[in-house]
Design a protein around this ligand. Structure first.
Ligand code: C2E
Ligand code: MG
Ligand code: MG
Length: 591
C-alpha cells in the first residue's frame, strides 16, 4: 500500500510565513505610500490613475474643485503629453480654490513597469517657500512704501528697450526730486513724510500709459520712463502738467502740505545711448533746476555737462584740500560800537586751492555740506583756533569770545554735535566759544532745542543765530529759540539810514531780542552812515563789518603795519588782501 505522500508541512509553513511577511511588508508599504507627505500618483497611458496617495488625492480634489476647471484638465493634458513622448519634467503648479492658493512642485517621470508605460508623479507643497521667495522678489524689485518698481526694474526696462532692434527712437527719462523733502520730514515727522511720498506717487501714476514706468529710486527721488514719445515738445507739455499737479496742496492727517518737485529730463537718443548716461544726464538737468528756482523742469543740454564736469573738478579738489588740510582761518572782530572794544571774533574758514590761491567759503561751503565733508572741515577750523590761541589772545585780548560757524545741517545732527561739543570741552576753554547757526537750523527746532542746546549750555558755549532775517523762520519763531545772540543779516544793514522799511524791521527785531535777553549784532557795516544810524536811532550795541575790520590772518599780522586808508577801499573779493585791509589799528578798538 502506498501511503499518500506526506505533505511537506515545514515547507508549507515556511511559505505561509513568507507570504505572511510579504503581506505585512506590502501593507506597510501601502500605508507608507498612502501617508507620504509628498503627493504621489501613477497614471496609465490613457491618463487614468492607477495609484493615488492621500496627499495627491487632496491636491487633485482641490484642482477639481477649483473655480477654474481647466486646472485639472490642463494637468491631465500635460501628463498625457509627457507619457506620449516619454519625457521627464519638473513643473510648478499653482492651484487656487477660493481664497486658498497652493503651489506645488511636481516631478513627472515616465516608467515602464510590467510592460506598461506609466507616469509616476510626485508633488511637494512649496506654498510657504514660494511666498517667501515672492516676498524676497518684491523687496528686491518693488518699493515697500509706494509699491513702485525699484531702480533695478526701470534700468532693466530701459536696457531692454535699448537692445530692442525696433527702437527707432524715442523715449524720455525724467529724474524727479521732491524739493525740501528733508524739511517736510523734519517739520511734520517721518510718518507724514512717508504719506506725502505715497500721495505724490498717486499723482504721478495717474495717467501713465502701460508702456511707461514710474520707479522710486531712493528717498524722495523718482525716475519716470516715458515711452514712446513723439517730440520734445510733447514731453515738455506733459512734464509741465505733472509739475502743476504736484504743486496743488496735499491734505495729510489734517495738515495742508505744499510740496514742489524739480525735474530733469533726458531724451533717447539725443542725450545718451545707455541707461547710465541717460539717468546721469537727467540727474544733471534736475540738479540745475534744484540750484535755481526749484519746482520746475529742464531738459539736459551740453552746457550742463560742462558745468557738471567743472563741479566735479571742484569736488575733487575740495576732497584733496581736506585730505591735505589746506585750510586756514581769517578772523573778523565783533565790535562794541560805542566803546570800539572787541567783544569777540568770528573764525571764517578759507581754502588754499591747488594753485595756492585763497578761496572764500562762498565757493565751497555748500558743496562741503552736500558732500558730507563739512564736519571734518569744522573740526579743522577748531584745531586751527586752538593752535593759534596765544596769538588770538595777544591780538584781541584773552576774554574775547570766539565764534565758529556751524552749518544748519550739522546743527540738527547729534552725531556731529556731540563729538563737537566734546572737542570744544577738550580745548580747556569751552566758555570762550560761540556757535553761529543760521535760522534754518531751527526748522528742526525740537531736536536742536531739546537735545543739542543743553549740551552746549552745560559747557558754557554760547549760541548765535546767524544771518537773521533771510531764512525760513518768522519773527514769532524767535520766541521759541533760546539763543544768546542774534546777528542781523547784512541785507538789512546796507544803507539802513536810507531805508525806512528796513529801519522798521530792525526796530522790531531789536525790541523782540531785548525782551528775550539776546544780544543783537548788526552784520556787514561798511560805511560811517550806517554806523551813525545805528548809534543814533537804535540801542544796538555790537556790529561787525568791513568798516571796523575785514577778516584778517593772524600770522600775517605781526610784522605788517596796515594802512588804515586802504581798509575802506579794498573789497572782499580779494581775500588775499584781507589782513592788510583788515586790521585798522587807527580805529582804536584793540584792547
Ligand atoms: P557769515 O557767518 O555770515 O560771515 C560773515 C560773512 O560776511 C563773511 O564772509 C565776511 O567776510 C563777510 N563780511 C563781513 N563784514 C562784511 C562787510 O562789511 N561787507 C561785506 N560785503 N561782507 C562782509 P565769508 O568769510 O566769505 O563767509 C561767508 C559765509 O561762509 C559765512 O557767513 C558763513 O556762513 C560761511 N562760513 C565761513 N566759515 C565757515 C565755517 O567754518 N563753517 C561753516 N559751516 N560756514 C562757514
Ligand atoms: Mg557767521
Ligand atoms: Mg552772517
Amino acid at each position: 500500500m502506498h501511503s499518500p505522500p506526506k505533505p511537506d508541512l515545514q515547507a508549507a509553513a515556511t511559505k505561509a510565513d513568507h507570504e505572511g511577511a510579504f503581506d505585512s511588508e506590502l501593507s506597510i508599504l501601502r500605508d507608507v505610500f498612502r501617508l507620504l507627505p509628498t503627493g504621489v500618483t501613477v497614471q496609465d497611458e490613457r491618463g487614468e490613475f492607477l495609484l493615488v496617495n492621500d496627499a495627491a488625492a487632496a491636491l487633485l480634489q482641490m484642482a477639481a474643485s477649483a473655480p477654474a476647471p481647466t486646472q485639472a484638465s490642463d494637468r491631465r493634458d500635460t501628463c498625457l503629453e509627457l507619457l506620449r513622448c516619454g519625457r521627464s519634467a519638473v513643473l510648478e503648479e499653482s492651484i487656487t480654490a477660493g481664497a486658498v492658493k497652493q503651489v506645488f512642485l511636481t516631478a513627472h517621470r515616465p516608467i515602464r513597469v510590467a510592460e506598461r508605460n506609466l507616469l509616476v508623479s510626485s508633488s511637494a507643497d512649496i506654498t510657504e517657500q514660494k511666498a517667501f521667495e515672492d516676498q524676497l522678489f518684491r523687496s528686491a524689485y518693488y518699493d515697500e512704501l509706494t509699491g513702485l518698481p525699484t531702480r533695478r526694474v526701470i534700468e532693466h526696462r530701459v536696457n531692454s528697450l535699448l537692445q530692442c532692434e525696433s527702437v527707432q527712437g524715442h523715449f524720455a527719462l525724467a529724474f524727479l526730486d521732491v524739493d525740501n523733502f528733508k524739511h517736510i520730514n523734519d517739520y511734520y515727522g517721518h510718518a507724514i513724510g512717508d504719506a506725502l511720498l505715497v500721495e505724490i506717487t498717486k499723482r504721478l501714476a495717474l495717467d501713465l500709459r502701460e508702456s511707461d514706468v514710474l520707479s522710486r529710486i531712493s528717498g524722495d527721488e523718482f525716475l519716470l520712463l516715458l515711452n514712446p514719445i513723439r517730440s520734445e515738445a510733447e514731453v515738455a507739455e506733459y512734464i509741465h502738467f505733472i509739475l502743476q499737479r504736484l504743486k496743488a496742496p496735499f491734505f495729510i492727517d489734517g495738515s495742508e502740505i505744499f510740496a514742489s518737485t524739480s525735474i530733469g529730463v533726458s531724451l533717447y537718443p539725443e542725450h545718451g545711448k545707455s541707461y547710465e548716461l541717460l539717468r546721469q544726464n537727467a540727474d544733471i538737468a534736475m540738479y540745475r533746476v534744484k540750484n535755481g528756482s526749484k519746482g520746475a523742469a529742464a531738459f539736459f543740454d551740453a552746457g550742463m555737462e560742462r558745468e557738471a564736469l567743472a563741479r566735479m573738478k571742484i569736488e575733487q579738489s575740495l576732497r584733496l584740500a581736506i585730505l591735505e588740510k589746506r585750510f586756514c582761518c581769517a578772523f573778523q572782530t565783533k565790535v562794541d560800537i560805542r566803546t570800539k572794544d572787541v567783544k569777540g571774533i568770528e573764525a571764517l574758514v578759507r581754502l588754499r586751492d591747488d594753485e595756492g590761491v585763497i578761496q572764500a567759503p562762498g565757493t565751497f561751503i555748500n558743496l562741503a555740506v552736500e558732500l558730507g565733508l563739512i564736519d571734518e572741515l569744522t573740526h579743522l577750523v577748531l584745531a586751527e583756533i586752538v593752535k593759534s590761541i596765544d596769538l588770538i589772545n595777544e591780538t584781541f585780548g584773552p576774554d574775547t569770545t570766539i565764534s565758529i560757524n556751524v552749518a544748519a545741517k550739522q546743527a540738527g545732527n547729534p552725531e556731529f554735535m556731540r563729538p563737537f561739543a566734546e572737542a570744544l570741552e577738550a580745548t580747556g576753554f569751552p566758555g570762550r566759544f560761540m556757535i553761529e547757526v543760521t535760522e534754518d537750523a531751527f526748522v528742526t527746532k525740537t531736536l536742536f532745542q531739546d537735545e543739542i542746546l543743553p549740551i552746549f549750555r552745560k559747557l558754557g558755549v554760547g549760541v548765535s543765530i546767524d544771518d537773521f532775517g533771510i531764512g525760513y523762520s518768522s519773527l514769532s519763531a524767535l520766541a521759541d529759540i533760546t539763543a544768546d545772540e542774534i546777528k542781523i543779516d547784512r541785507s538789512f544793514i546796507t544803507d539802513i539810514h536810507q531805508r525806512p522799511r528796513s529801519q522798521g524791521i530792525l526796530r522790531a527785531i531789536e525790541s523782540l531780542s531785548e525782551a528775550l535777553g539776546m544780544t543783537v549784532i548788526a552784520e556787514g557795516i561798511e560805511t560811517f552812515e550806517e554806523l551813525a544810524y545805528l548809534q543814533a536811532a537804535t540801542k544796538i550795541r555790537y556790529a561787525q563789518g568791513y568798516y571796523f575790520s575785514r577778516p584778517i590772518f593772524l600770522e600775517e599780522l605781526a610784522p605788517a603795519i596796515p594802512l588804515a586808508s586802504e581798509a575802506r577801499s579794498s573789497h572782499a573779493s580779494r581775500p588775499a588782501q584781507e589782513n592788510r585791509a583788515g586790521y585798522s589799528r587807527g580805529r582804536g578798538y584793540r584792547r
